[in-house]
Design a protein around this ligand. Sequence first.
Ligand SMILES: Cc1ncc(COP(=O)(O)O)c(C=O)c1O
Length: 339
Amino acid sequence: MSSNRNMTWFDQQPRIELGQGPTPLEPLDRLSKELGGPRIWLKRDDCTGLATGGNKTRKLEYLMADALAQQADCIVTYGAVQSNHARQTAAACAKLGLPCHLLLSERVDWPHDSYARQGNMLLDRLLGAEIHVSSLEDIADRRKALLAKLTDQGQRVYEIPAGGSSAVGALGYTRCLAELMVQCETQSIGTDLIVHASASAGTQAGLVFGKSLLDMPGRILGINVFHPDPQTLKDRVLILAQTMSDRWPDTALAETFQVDVNHAYFGDGYGLPTTGCIKAIRMAAQLEGLLFDPVYSGKALAALIDQINLGNFNHLNDVILIHTGGSASLGAYIDAFDE
Ligand SMILES: Cc1ncc(COP(=O)(O)O)c(C=O)c1O
């Protein structure tokens, strides 16, 4: 396909609008000056507008279109207790008038009361979702039982995988890259490096697929925040990008995808804030008036700050950080911010 045809290819894919866009691309000049490296640009996907925003809005625009096409009359999805994906799905369901079931796993060892009640949990309730909390060991049985119960009730269930990371959902981030490329071209911003938090692989797979589709020469760097073994994340991104390629053969992407992951900012585990992450969140708040979260976007920001401090990005004029959202969980992590 020619690159113009690729740019408009998205317009033919079924999508419903759930958020606002294009999201802004803003320079972080006070933070850039403080660090003394390349100019940092922030792609504000925390501003998608759906119940405090975040990267799941873009995925849900395609997933919900698919659910409606399949005449679903309820949605079931999965995540951790403080899942941003669950909250965004609950909001999308509310907007579309669909019942929403969230099966949330207790997989994070953060032993403070606020974790189970505040942040995304509070918002899930407000948004009217039916919440099912399960231990990690019981999750497969609970899923089976929930799906059986809904089916017995005659409901046509549309299941969304954790993080919305299917080929259909990941398309949201291919679209994000197309949007970003237009913004960079218009403002003469270099696209040599795009950094973002990576977990269930959909965001990175969508970007990696988009890089091939749109012929973007730059590097996409996922900061692993979820998988104890980063190779698992790499494999998942690769498989998902390949699944996209197989699903839409008219895109005719012959090359193998390149997947770049940095594991150095993972810390003790998923959902466990690092010292560098808390420091980075404070820096962004106090230098730029921006909110990042301690599970995802804050770890990506910590990575970017550290890599700039190490001089590893000195050869670049511009670096782009995708703000994938997540600040809705800040209240659940109040204890991480004790002085
Ligand atoms: C705020 C935030 N940033 C980044 C991610 C990672 O995106 P993905 O799961 O598509 O890798 C998630 C979801 O897991 C998220 O909630």
